[in-house]
Design a protein around this ligand. Structure first.
Ligand code: ADP
Length: 480
């Protein structure tokens, strides 16, 4: 177990994505709601304050105006002057002389005429300044305003007005209530939405996580089933194709291992059988012993061919390549053909070639040798006596092309696509009898691909197989 988070290591609730998403939604919406419930109220309250004090100040100014021209204020001349003033909607009007003694009071019960009232606003007015204030409490707006009354620049008294208003206060309270109810609804909707959203989000992430864990534990056929087109669905898609590749690689690896062990098992079993026969047979004669030992040697040779091929393939798989250098193909081809000519003559196969000059590719001499050898060896091997094998080396736009054609039985169309797979053979018995390992063509394919080339197999219209190798051509020739 080398993972850091196993299936049982679920994150603590406050570490989970769902919790964090949910919490951030809720915090954001709480902030917004707080703003919604305070800012508009504060603004409208302020607006009411301002309009109230302005209006009240204007009413006071009208009253002060009607008192102007009097040189001294008395109860009589004040009430005479005030009786013509329309007192609209004001709760109380007070007029005092310059000492603060009340000369006129509109309050019916408990009027303060004759006594001294020293409200802040009145004191300020008597000091020569206009004053006003407004408060909102107890579901009512209370506003006050006052101004001095002057006669020849002398302060002879003050007018004070007071308004108690519950109508606008009720409007404001209504607004407040509405906002609160609205906020409640919004909060509820957001809560439910955020729960649903974070739930679906984390559910899909959970699905993905679960799929990853299953695959990690070895069930390569498991796929993440995540629908949609968002990033999580994309991750799911990518994960699935990654798993596809993993599965293919894993299947290939398993098959390779089982094929390889099978291939190794056959010669080993033969060796055991042969040596057992020698050991078990009493009075075995020298001739028979030699024959058996020679068979053992052949099997041992096959074993070493297989292991050599396997090692070669492993090296190709590992991706560690020898540094490429320019190689002229023609000398290598001629060397292979010199060697193969002996085999061909022995098998009565006619081996001919045509070649162009100046065919250089990037690679190593050994690997080019291996490619040509494997293809020519196959062609000779799978073409019966009396057959013909033609090798051609040529070049075309940017490519060096090698073709190896024979007039043997060819390859069944159904097998053509699989011919380059490891251990794949059309006719197992024939291949074994001919000393094949089933790895030759995959070595060719891998080697050529590693250097940027391609190999193709096809059947010739007149019968027989043709293999074509294309390497990227190196301009300027090689040093052979
Ligand atoms: P082997 O060691 O069996 O020759 P290869 O990988 O070289 O393995 O070839 C795979 C199979 O392809 C062979 O077993 C054979 O059936 C088929 N094959 C390869 N070359 C030819 C050819 N020139 N003509 C017909 N069949 C061929």
């Amino acid at each position: 177990e080398w993972g850091t988070i196993s299936r049982n290591d679920r994150p603590a609730i406050w570490e989970s994505l769902q919790f964090r998403f949910g919490l951030s939604y809720i915090l954001i919406i709480l902030g917004v709601l707080l703003l919604l419930n305070s800012y508009p109220l504060l603004v409208s309250e302020d607006l009411v304050f301002r309009s109230k004090t302005t209006n009240l100040q204007a009413s006071v100014a009208v009253m002060v105006n009607s008192l102007s021209g009097l040189d001294r204020l008395t109860e009589e001349n004040v009430s005479a002057a005030m009786s013509v003033v329309e007192e609209t909607g004001l709760s109380r009007i007070l007029v005092t002389d310059n000492a603060g003694r009340v000369l006129y009071d509109t309050r019916e019960t408990g009027g303060a005429v004759g006594s001294y009232v020293l409200y802040t606003e009145i004191v300020q007015a008597l000091l020569g300044e206009d004053a006003s204030s407004c408060t909102y409490q107890g579901a009512a707006f209370r506003s006050r305003a006052s101004s001095p009354v002057l006669y020849q620049n002398q302060i002879i008294g003050a007018v004070y007005a007071y308004e108690y208003d519950t109508d606008q206060a009720a409007l404001l309270a209504g607004l407040q209530g509405n906002l609160l109810r609205l906020s409640g609804v919004i909060a509820l909707v957001v809560l439910v939405l955020s729960l649903i959203l974070s739930k679906t989000l984390t559910r899909r992430i959970g699905l993905l996580l679960n799929a990853i864990q299953q695959v990690r534990e070895g069930s390569y056929s498991h796929r993440a089933d995540i629908r949609g087109g968002d990033e999580i669905a994309q991750i799911g898609h990518e994960f699935n194709s990654l798993t596809d590749r993993l599965q293919i690689t894993e299947t290939a690896r398993r098959r390779f291992v089982s094929d390889a062990s099978h291939e190794l098992k056959t010669p080993l079993a033969a060796i055991r059988l042969l040596s057992d026969s020698i050991l078990q047979t009493d009075n075995i004669d020298l001739e028979t012993t030699k024959e058996f030992v020679s068979d053992i040697e052949q099997e041992a040779e096959r074993l070493s061919r297989i292991t050599e091929d396997l090692l070669r393939l492993t090296r190709l798989d590992s991706g560690v390549l020898e540094a490429p250098m320019p190689v002229d193909v023609l000398p290598v081809l001629e060397q292979v053909l010199r060697m193969m000519n002996l085999v061909a003559q022995e098998k009565e196969v006619d081996l001919t070639y045509s070649a162009a000059e100046d065919c250089a590719v990037l690679g190593t001499r050994d690997e080019i040798h291996q490619v040509i050898y494997n293809l020519v060896d196959n062609a000779v091997k799978y073409t019966g006596s009396g057959g013909a094998v033609q090798v051609a080396l040529g070049r075309a736009a940017g490519e060096v092309i090698l073709t190896v054609a024979d007039n043997g039985a060819g390859i069944p169309e159904a097998d053509l696509p699989r011919i380059f797979e490891r251990f794949y053979r059309v006719d197992k018995a024939r291949s074994r009898a001919a000393g094949g390992t089933g790895l030759g063509l995959s070595i060719v394919n891998d080697t050529v691909k590693r250097r940027g080339g391609v190999v193709e197999a096809a059947n010739r219209p007149g019968g027989g197989a043709v293999f074509t190798v294309r390497w990227p051509r190196l301009e300027g020739g090689g040093n052979g």
